[in-house]
Design a protein around this ligand. Structure first.
Ligand code: XMP
Length: 432
């Protein structure tokens, strides 16, 4: 293993990820560990140079106040503490994340003598070694949606084990324009991956026909996806591993020993028992920006690596109510136009998420001197840090006009374009 590591010990802090990120910002790899880690477990981790113990408000677990054990204190690693009373001395955690790195710089480099060798080249080299060790000459399966995480996992595994990896791309008809084609182009044609492309468009749209309730739609899309994936998996022989694009926030948000769960991590819980594979999760220690940097270092195209967030049920929740093919195409085409126009004027990457919605009602308009009764398209653009709240940014009028003109000229059965000005709360980012 190439990289030095500083361990962040969770002693009840709510700021563990902020500290881990601050250490990584200094160029040193870091991982968060539970307060009850043993000295031998610590020593088994590769290249640990020191420990930062983070005290905080969640320091009572099962009614007992937690503390640094003597065996960890005596394990021979330099220890720094935040918000934790050690011999009457407390180092307060800086309020501002940007100041954490300054507070620990001298500890990391002078006391721990850590080498700042955390970079994507070393990360990739380390992961290749780990994946080869875990998998040997056996076979791995991956559901490759074409999203950032699964694409980066695929590229990393192709580099590590080549054709021992089989990727399954399920086209459920709810992806953005050009996405299924790009998955085939990048992974099958350029990276020579073993890629199974499943055209499941009719199957999904038939299942969704007439279903208007958003949660019901989500359930159908999720369940059908598992069913299609499972059918493909059963056709394959000798697969022992399932690769997943789990990333660090998925793990941290699933709860630690001192903090409550924020959200459940949607992993393969849905696969039947006889299809339970061992997991390969090479990105599970990366934050989202690091996943993108890894993808870039692996040579994936920018428009795959730096794409905006896209919901699992895809365009299905942007074609409001019961999905019909004509409105689904109107969502797909108008979304592509909006993205093209944003890219043209340099807004790509500057606005967090932007897309279009097509509701399930019509309005009166006029086209070629005749009355027309057609669908509206709604434009949505938001900025947010954590998707819990969101603001609508001010956008150049000309861009909005250009998008409007193009949608009205190029998308069939649309006679009206609106812009949604609502922040979250009270509106959510998606309409369903
Ligand atoms: P809302 O609409 O709740 O969205 O304000 C917050 C963020 O989550 C995305 N989103 C989803 N992502 N499955 C997902 O994977 C879903 O069912 C889903 N619903 C919303 C949404 O695009 C936004 O970024």
């Amino acid at each position: 293993m190439k990289q030095d590591m500083i361990v962040v010990l969770d002693m009840g802090s709510t700021r563990n990820t902020d500290v881990a990120r601050a250490i990584r910002k200094l160029g040193v790899y870091s991982e968060i560990c539970n307060f009850d880690i043993t000295a031998s477990e610590l020593k088994a981790l590769p290249n640990v140079r020191g420990i930062i113990a983070n005290g905080g408000p969640n320091d009572v677990v099962n009614g007992v106040k937690i503390g640094l054990s003597d065996e960890v204190k005596n394990a021979g690693f330099p220890i720094y503490t935040f918000d934790y009373n050690e011999n009457g001395k407390i180092n307060p955690m800086p309020e501002c994340d940007g100041e954490i790195a300054d507070a620990i710089r001298s500890f990391v480099f002078d006391q721990c003598k850590a080498t700042p060798n955390w970079n994507m080249e070393n990360f990739i080299a380390d992961q290749i070694e780990l994946i080869r060790k875990q998998v040997g000459n056996r076979k791995v399966l991956l559901a490759l949606s074409g999203g950032v995480d699964s694409s980066v996992v695929a590229a990393l595994l192709i580099k590590a084990i080549g054709n021992q990896l089989t990727c399954v791309h399920v086209n459920h008809g709810l992806l953005r324009k050009g996405e299924p084609e790009q998955v085939v182009q990048v992974f099958r044609n350029e990276l020579n991956a073993n890629l199974i492309y499943v055209d499941a468009v009719d199957r999904f749209l038939d299942k969704l026909a007439g279903v208007a309730d958003p949660e019901e739609k989500r359930k159908i899309i999720g369940a059908e996806f598992i069913r299609v994936f499972e059918e493909e998996a059963r056709k394959l022989d000798g697969i022992e591993f399932l690769a997943q694009g789990t990333i660090y926030p998925d793990i941290v948000e699933s709860g630690t020993k001192t903090a409550k769960m924020v959200k459940s991590h949607h992993n393969v819980g849905g696969l039947p028992e006889d299809l339970q594979f061992e997991l390969v999760e090479p990105l599970k220690m990366l934050f989202k920006d690091e996943v993108r940097a890894c993808g870039k270092a692996l040579g994936l195209p920018d428009n795959m690596v730096f794409r905006q967030p896209f919901p699992g049920p895809g365009l299905g929740v942007r074609c409001l109510g019961a999905i019909t093919r004509d409105r689904l195409e109107a969502v797909r085409e108008s979304d592509a136009i909006m993205r093209e126009e944003f890219a043209k004027c340099g807004l790509e990457g500057k606005v967090w998420q932007y897309f279009t919605i097509v509701p399930d009602f019509k309005s009166v308009g006029v086209r070629d001197n005749a009355r027309c009764f057609d669908w509206p398209v709604i434009m949505r653009a938001v900025n947010t840090v954590d998707a819990m709240t969101a603001e609508v940014p001010e956008l150049p009028w000309q861009v909005l006009q250009n998008i409007t003109k193009r949608i009205l000229a190029e998308v069939p059965h649309v006679n009206r374009v609106c812009f949604d000005l609502s922040p979250k709360p009270t509106a959510t980012i998606e309409w369903e």
